[in-house]
Design a protein around this ligand. Structure first.
Ligand code: ADP
Length: 350
């Protein structure tokens, strides 16, 4: 269960010296104690900048950062990174190659007494499953093991907040799923409050309690993964967090009329407004029918599903997700049925 807000960003902006545009603008959100928040967005949208502002590696040009009730960055306050109670796992792990696993972890504990260091190191290495690897050097470890060392080093001082920058980007894709599980398990056991930066919507939807979607330095939406996926508030979010088609329609007598059906006018647009309805592949089912005007254009076999690209009579394209055993050849005429539990409508120009 979410606790009280532990981290708050209040209208934080940052323009790097010499830059003509801000890297982030007016970003506000809170992270509750024990929660995991994912900062999601395309490359260059400002995700790492947000993380670095929280860590204390960058000073915001405007706005305020509060950690555990204390202002750590604002117009008239500044707390250095090492005094913020924040642990960071860097994208490339930033392990010291000439130090062993235990020495790398010990580095995170500078300032502690020798006895408490020993105890914390033993505890944290058990937690991340690296007992027996104490005297190994990073070069002798797999990507997943190196990540666990970086995690152990960040967790050893028992930080109030753990920051993870693209934690899966250096791993093989087949390792990612396992590491997501492992990381969640470790974060749960330590009761950590964490912020994870990722460009991969699957990481964010799978792991986070809340997702902050950034676009060109601005926060587009901050919501639970379900809300982000099913009720995106902007076309950018809709498109970024999963496959989405935008089918044109028009508001008529309070409903949105499209060539694949009539939908609720959830945006309360006026009659005759040109709009688009967001439709996800899982909302679309198809059935072969010789007289139907829509056609299968392509079948993408994804293992657990078949993703069909359907050509509608108007020329509009639509994805349909069918089970892996439902196979229709290219060119099959199909009836298209759309059943969206959530209707999402945007003005046409977006
Ligand atoms: P992301 O993590 O989403 O890829 P970043 O936060 O790294 O994005 O970068 C956001 C923007 O700020 C980009 O346009 C990037 O080029 C710029 N930027 C990042 N770091 C610096 C820096 N140290 N100096 C100048 N510009 C930077």
């Amino acid at each position: 269960m979410a606790g009280a807000p532990l981290i708050t960003l209040d209208r934080v902006s940052l323009t790097y010296p010499g830059a003509t545009v801000p890297a982030i603008t007016d970003v506000s959100f809170s992270v509750c104690e024990g929660d995991l928040v994912a900062i999601l967005g395309p490359s260059g949208c400002g995700k790492t900048t947000v993380l670095r502002v929280i860590a204390g590696f960058e000073r915001p040009t405007q706005g305020r950062v509060v950690i555990a009730g204390k202002s750590v960055a604002s117009a008239n306050t500044w707390v250095e990174a090492e005094h913020r109670g924040v642990g960071m796992v860097f994208q490339d792990y930033a392990l010291f190659p000439h130090l062993t696993v235990i020495q790398n972890v010990e580095f995170g504990l500078r300032g502690s007494t020798r006895d408490s260091r020993q105890e914390k190191m033993r505890e944290v290495l058990t937690l991340v499953g690296l007992e027996g690897f104490e005297s190994h050097y990073p070069s002798a470890l797999s990507g997943g093991q190196q990540q666990r060392v970086a995690l152990a080093r960040a967790l050893a001082p028992r930080p109030a907040v753990l920051l993870l920058d693209e934690p899966f980007s250096s791993l093989d894709p087949d390792m990612t799923e396992r590491m997501r599980e492992e990381l969640l398990d470790i974060l749960e056991r330590t009761g950590s409050t964490s912020i994870l930066v990722t460009h991969d919507h699957e990481d964010a939807l799978d792991m986070a309690d809340n997702v902050a979607v950034l676009n060109a330095g601005q926060l587009e939406q901050f919501d639970t993964p379900d809300e982000i996926y099913h009720t995106p508030t902007t076309a950018f979010v809709a498109d970024f967090v999963g496959q989405a088609d935008f089918v044109p329609g028009e508001v008529k007598e309070g409903k949105v009329v499209t060539e694949v059906g009539t939908f609720e006018n959830v945006g309360t647009f006026k009659d005759h407004t040109p709009v688009v309805v967001m439709i996800r592949p899982d909302d679309v089912s198809i059935r072969p029918c010789e007289t139907a005007p829509a056609q299968v254009l392509r079948r993408h076999f994804r293992g657990s599903e078949n993703l069909y690209r359907i050509l509608l009579p108007s020329g509009q394209l639509l994805y349909s997700s069918e089970s892996s055993t439902v196979i229709y050849p290219v060119g099959t005429n199909v009836e298209v049925h759309v059943e969206a539990i959530h209707t999402v409508v945007f003005p046409r120009e977006t």
